[in-house]
Design a protein. Structure first.
Length: 379
C-alpha cells in the first residue's frame, strides 16, 4: 500500500522537480574491446540527478544506473522516466543518485560517426557494460549500486550486469527484453535494418560523405514495425490520412537524426548477447517486466516462463495489453508499471548499512578523466 501511495503522490508532483542535474563526459584511456581492438580514448557521456550517499564504510548506497535502448541515449531517457524522480516517487532524486550514461556508439559517447566510420571497434553489450562500470567506479566514484534498471537494449544490459558484476547492485529491473540470445524474428528484423543500409549504393561500404538516405529510410521503416503495436497505432492514427502522415513523419525524423554507420553498429552489438546459460550466477533480486503487446518480445514465445525459474530471486510481470500500454515502448511509461517497481524497491534489502549524508562525486581515478560540463539546479 505504501508503494502505491508514493506513486500516486509522484503522479501529482511536477515532473520536472528534480534535484541537481549534472551532465558531463568521462574519457576512458586505453579501452580494450572484447574483439581485441582498442581505442586510446573512449568518451562516455552521462547525466546524473541528485547526489551519492555513502554508508559508514564509504560505500555508495543510493545510486541507480538507468540504461537506454538501441539508438537512444541516457539524456533522452530522463524526461520519459520523470515520474520516477519527482518528490515522494520511488526514485526520488532528492534521496537517490541516478546516473544515465550514453552507451558506446550512442548519444554523445564515442561512436563510428565521430570519424572512424566502419573502422570503429566492433563493440558488444559486454563492452558497453564494462565501459559503464568504469564510468561509475573510476569516473564518478560509485562503488555500489542500489539498482540497475534498463529499457530494451538497456534491459539486456541489466541482465549482463547481473552476471558480469554479480553483487555490484542490490537489485535489477530489466524492462522489455528476454535474457537469451536474439534469434528468430527479432534477429531477422535487425538483419533487415542492417541490410537495408548496406544495400544502398550511397553507403559506399561506410565511407559516405552524404547520408545514404534511401537505405536509412527503409531501415527506419523496419524499426517502426519492430517497435510498434496495432492498438497503439490505431489510437494514434485512426484515419488513412493520419496513418500516412504518422509513418512518413517517423521515417523522416529518424532518417535525419541518425547516422547510418551508428545504426549498423548499434543493432549488430547484440550479436553475441546470451545470458541464458549464466542466470544462476545472479543472486540479487530481479524484477523483470514485459508487456503483452511487445512485438519485439512477444509473450507467445514463452521465453520468460522458461528462463525466470533459473533466477534465484526473480519475479516476472507481464503487463496485459490495454488502452494504457504502448507496445515495446511501454518500458518508458512508468505510469503503467511504476507500482510494481515501487513495491520491488520497498522489499529490496540493503547489502550493507543505510546511507547517511550526501557526498560529492569522487575525483577521477588513474584510468580516465571526468569532465563535468554542466551543473544545473532543477531541469
Amino acid at each position: 500500500m505504501r508503494s502505491l501511495i508514493l506513486l500516486a503522490l509522484a503522479l501529482l508532483a511536477a515532473p520536472r522537480a528534480y534535484a541537481q542535474r549534472t551532465e558531463g563526459d568521462y574519457v576512458e584511456h586505453d579501452f580494450r574491446f572484447a574483439s581485441g581492438e582498442s581505442l586510446p580514448e573512449l568518451r562516455i557521456h552521462y547525466v546524473t540527478l541528485g547526489h551519492p550517499r555513502r554508508d559508514s564504510d564509504g560505500v555508495v548506497r543510493n545510486a541507480v544506473l538507468m540504461l537506454h535502448g538501441t539508438t537512444g541515449s541516457g539524456t533522452g531517457l530522463v524526461r520519459p522516466m520523470s515520474l520516477l524522480f519527482a518528490p515522494g516517487a520511488p526514485l526520488d532524486s532528492s534521496t537517490h543518485y541516478i546516473i544515465f550514461p550514453d552507451g558506446i556508439g550512442h548519444g554523445r559517447s564515442s561512436k563510428p560517426s565521430d570519424g572512424l566510420g566502419m573502422r570503429f571497434p566492433k563493440y558488444t553489450y559486454d563492452d558497453m557494460v564494462d565501459a559503464q562500470r568504469r564510468l561509475l567506479v573510476d569516473g564518478l566514484g560509485v562503488n555500489h549500486l542500489r539498482l540497475v534498471m534498463g529499457t530494451s537494449m538497456g534491459c539486456m544490459h541489466a541482465w549482463v550486469w547481473g552476471e558480469r558484476y554479480a553483487g555490484f547492485a542490490d537489485g535489477l529491473a530489466p524492462l522489455a527484453c528476454a535474457p537469451t540470445a536474439i534469434a528468430g524474428r527479432n534477429r531477422m528484423m535487425r538483419e533487415l535494418i542492417i541490410n537495408d543500409i548496406e544495400s544502398d549504393p550511397d553507403w559506399k561500404n561506410g565511407t559516405y560523405h552524404t547520408s545514404p538516405l534511401r537505405g536509412l529510410r527503409a531501415a527506419m521503416g523496419i524499426l517502426f514495425v519492430m517497435t510498434s503495436a496495432p492498438l497503439v497505432q490505431q489510437r494514434q492514427a485512426p484515419t488513412r490520412a493520419q496513418a500516412d502522415s504518422e509513418i512518413l513523419a517517423y521515417i523522416d525524423h529518424h532518417a535525419q537524426a541518425l547516422d547510418a554507420n551508428d545504426v549498423i553498429y548499434a543493432f549488430e552489438a547484440s550479436r553475441v548477447y546470451d545470458p541464458s546459460g549464466q542466470l544462476g550466477k545472479i543472486t540479487v533480486p530481479v524484477l523483470a517486466i514485459n508487456s503483452a503487446d511487445d512485438f519485439v518480445n512477444p509473450p507467445e514465445l514463452g521465453l520468460m516462463e522458461k528462463l525466470m525459474p533459473q533466477v534465484k530471486h526473480g519475479r516476472y510481470v507481464l503487463i496485459p495489453t490495454s488502452s494504457h500500454t504502448f507496445g515495446h515502448g511501454t518500458h518508458s511509461h512508468p505510469e503503467v508499471w511504476g507500482s510494481y517497481l515501487a513495491a520491488f524497491l520497498d522489499s529490496l534489502p540493503y547489502t550493507g548499512t543505510r546511507p547517511t549524508s550526501p557526498t560529492s562525486p569522487a575525483p577521477h581515478r588513474a584510468h580516465g578523466t571526468a569532465r563535468h560540463t554542466q551543473h544545473v539546479a532543477g531541469s
